[in-house]
Write a protein that binds this ligand. Sequence first.
Ligand code: NAP
Ligand code: GLV
Length: 308
Amino acid sequence: MALLFSSQADDPVAWTAMLRTAYPDLDIRIWPEVGAVADIDVALVWKYPPGDLARYPNLKLVCSLGAGVDHLLDDPKFPDVALVRIVDPAMTAGMTEFVCAAVLRHHCQFPEFAQYQRERRWMRQNRPPARERVVGILGMGELGRDAATMLQALGFTVIGWARTERKLAGVDTFGGAAGLPAFLARAQILVCLLPLTPATRGILNSALFAQLPRGAALVNVARGAHVVDGDLLAALDAGQLSGATLDVFSPEPLPAGHPFWSHPKIFVTPHVASLTNPRTAAAQIIENIRRFRAGEKLLNQVDRALGY
Ligand code: NAP
Ligand code: GLV
């Protein structure tokens, strides 16, 4: 049996080297040099050609090369096989670094000071202490919980929202649609760490922005399609939102003519909040291949009905 590697963003040489440390004889086929399609039983994929996974009749396990699986489940021809994703402490730490930097940037008013610098203005203004700044995290999963813990350590008041109410010491948590308004009413810096599913697509829209305290900031490190772009621009232009840090876009790369590139209140990064690194992420893929071949319970398996 053989493993298919199919990604337009990851290095097949680095992944092959890591996988071969555990399985020196593993038969790895790098798309599009797939050979006999019937040989493939495991696929390691990210941003692969939609429909392609339906071509392998003996495929039994798909491993996402990222934490998110929307890129797979959006494919109407995605086969009915086990799907696992990456949960990597190093990747989680990387996301937490990025989220803390983005939150501190808004909290410390760096965007305003950058503007004053461009205008050569000596403009002093104070900020509230971190404990008086409420950071609201949408999505209290692997990434959201870690970011919440670090933001608390920095002194922020942290609140969290999830599908179910996820308890975390020192964090006020809210669950489901019923809990969303009370959560939003307090969130001065809103961080999105939700998976992209039919239930969360377009969640960052005018109706949601209107429920935030006036002048709130948005940090979106989840998926571009969580945002309704026109609604975000309108909320920024109306002053309902003071600024946005956006790492993810729909589509990616962000098209050259898109208004986000030049908007004075938007900070753009090119989907780099936390990139998959084969050096740290390969171990769980290796372990999942072992479990799959031994018929054991898989790690980090996605619930296909929930979409994450
Ligand atoms: P996760 O562990 O699956 O956590 C997802 C969280 O979202 C859970 O708390 C879940 O609620 C909540 N959730 C899901 N659907 C919801 C809904 N309809 N309403 C309210 N809450 C909902 O995922 P993760 O590992 O933290 O990753 C989150 C996302 O981050 C990924 O899916 C990916 O899109 C994004 N990401 C981005 C980058 C980047 O570089 N920008 C890197 C890695 C990941 P429950 O706890 O109740 O289940
Ligand atoms: C990156 O966006 C991921 O889902 O890992």
